[in-house]
Design a protein around this ligand. Sequence first.
Ligand SMILES: CCCCCCCCCCCCC[C@H](O)CC(=O)SCCNC(=O)CCNC(=O)[C@H](O)C(C)(C)COP(=O)(O)OP(=O)(O)OC[C@H]1O[C@@H](n2cnc3c(N)ncnc32)[C@H](O)[C@@H]1OP(=O)(O)O
Length: 713
Amino acid sequence: MAECATYGTVAVLQINNPPLNVLGHDVRSQLMSGLQQALQDKAVCSIVIMGKGQTFTAGADVKEFGTEKVFWEPTLHSLVEAVSASTKPVVTAIHGTTLGGGVALALASHYRLADSSAKMGLPEVQLGILPTCGVTQRLPRLVGLQTAVRMVTSGQTQSAQQALTAGLLDKVVTDDLLKKAVGFARSVDVRGLEARRVSSWTVPGADRAEDVLDAARKTLVRRSRGAIAPLTALQAIQASLLPFETGMKREAELGRYLWTSWQAAALRYAFFAERTVKRWHIPRNKNVNYRTAEPMDIKSVGVLGAGTMGVGITISLLQAGLKVVLTEVNKAQLDKAVSLIQRSLEGKSGGKPQPMQLRATTDYSQLREVDLVIEAVFEDLALKKKVFQQLDAVTNPRTILATNTSGLDIDQIAAATQRPDKVIGTHFFSPAHVMRLLENIYGRHTSVETIATAMQLGATIGKVGVLVGNCPGFVGNRMKGLNFTEAMFLLEEGAEPQDVDKALEEFGFAMGPFRVSDLAGGDVHWRRRIQAGLTTEHGPPPYTPVLYRQGNRYSPLADMLCMQGRFGQKTGAGWYRYKSGSRTALPDAEVHRLIHKHRQDHGFQRRNISSQEIVERCLFPLINEGFRILEEGLATGPQDIDVIFLLGFGWPRHTGGPMYYADKVVGLGNLLQSLEKYRAYHPRSAHWVPSSLLRKMAAQGTSLSIWAAGSRL
Ligand SMILES: CCCCCCCCCCCCC[C@H](O)CC(=O)SCCNC(=O)CCNC(=O)[C@H](O)C(C)(C)COP(=O)(O)OP(=O)(O)OC[C@H]1O[C@@H](n2cnc3c(N)ncnc32)[C@H](O)[C@@H]1OP(=O)(O)O
């Protein structure tokens, strides 16, 4: 846990708690007793604190946060204060990714040394809490308000060099940190100790504090979208302008406020959910799971189709060091893609991809020897089936064939091949080299090896893979579709597009559904609705009621816009209008007229609709569908659905994701009641019928977290 050794007059305390040296209670206890021993030992003149293994420490043990253990003495706070009060100089020697409580220890020490691999960061606001233990008071005194605000409110890490420049480190060394730290500790003198206590310093540049804090507040109000931690952290930093002890009291008050907030619990859940999804199983056959599966070794990947998705996927693969054969029948498109890929990678690595790593070709047969192919052609089932038939013919029989589809039937695509066991869906999200989600979809015949390989590939390319079953739209788009459907009904009943967008943006989404639709292009879903027989290019199919299709209430408003060529940003007009070259959504009188006329034509009585109703009507059907998905065994657990929404659909992280939000914030009983209420008003929408799983859980008074704990392997 923590080891103590002496090197002449220097005592070295080394944290040894693999893999990340988190500061759980055992580690804290041993560090504290090591420190006390060193203070009592007359032969010891100075003390080094460092870590063994891959990092100094990743900070507090987040697994303790929901428990009493976090308060057991010595708490992190007591340990940090003991370091600060030490009567012998303490040198912290940092390597690897050092986070949170690790930085707190370093700040309380009298000297800070790092090797060049070190990265330092304060991710606490991402967990909804405040960096306490004096971080918000010492950091501004050491690096100034501006850098402190940036580090604390963004959670971004600083490289060793950046930390040195900022004043956070005293020295960066290149090798043998232990030897260098011991040498450094020998050279420091107890006489200078008092002056080395950061708590006795004043914040540099305090005369410009108001400007810095005002500017930061404005940015944070815009960026945090309802998350309380960043703005609270700013208040704590502001308190560093007060005397140190007063500032510490303020830090403790604000720390308590965040610690006990529901957002902190939600963000902690999100942190562990992202890690839980890698422990997948198939609900209908728990024997098929991450433990029983052995992935294939993937060294080379073919990407078929060099459109936007193909380009993003290729960049992700190359960045992870995989060999890629990019295949595209259209030579001009291929050349354009290669230049986009090169430019993107040059921007990141300062160099072009090795010629060996990327082979671009118009010839399918070049895919013969790759380990896995990701097809990324146009979203059309007939085309994909044809492509899979060709791939089946040209590739090695052991090659895995993956399709990047956002909702088409994996079984139908697999049926076009002689190897349905080696066919899987890998749904990337656009831009594919940026978005961290990979929704992997198994079909009826997909083998456990194929599933494990797709999940492993996700991890290799730095994505969070979530395994789901096959159904139209899979998990993400199946649920998300309901949100847009209900948003249009709200327009029919009286809301304007900007009202709906504003309510959901206030809830925490970066963009409301109409702005998203304009960004993505309304024609994409219009084509899908046409294919599904819900509409035609000229209006409702013959003998079909305008407001009722395939057994459900239907709003034709989106179809009406598309029939006028209003596809969104790319055509300069959609639900909003856009000035040439601008992405700013401007309310459009044309759209308001169209909605108004539609209301009159069909007898809708316009009424005022509250933000609460907008949020509930857009989100509750989606959550209800999430329960159906769990009931149908299409996701391993609620965490999987939440991660899909957090990483793929911009669901506000501080609410934990749709299923967590329903479970812990809304409450399952309240959710059920609301669904029943809206169902009474809107009997022609099947999405208001509560799922039987939700009914059962609400009746039993149980929670999704209990259900998930029982079902997860
Ligand atoms: C009324 C009461 C009033 C109370 C007042 C307040 C009381 C406060 C008491 C506590 C004060 C704490 C103050 C301190 O400032 C807080 C902190 O230090 S918060 C913690 C900060 N650290 C983090 O957030 C680290 C998060 N981790 C990461 O970002 C990454 O793990 C990594 C370090 C970059 C490494 O990434 P990877 O190599 O990809 O590894 P994984 O992410 O897969 O992780 C591997 C494994 O480790 C688990 N894990 C990671 N970090 C932690 C952690 N900090 N604690 C516990 N466990 C951690 C992770 O879950 C993986 O586990 P697995 O899934 O494999 O089981």
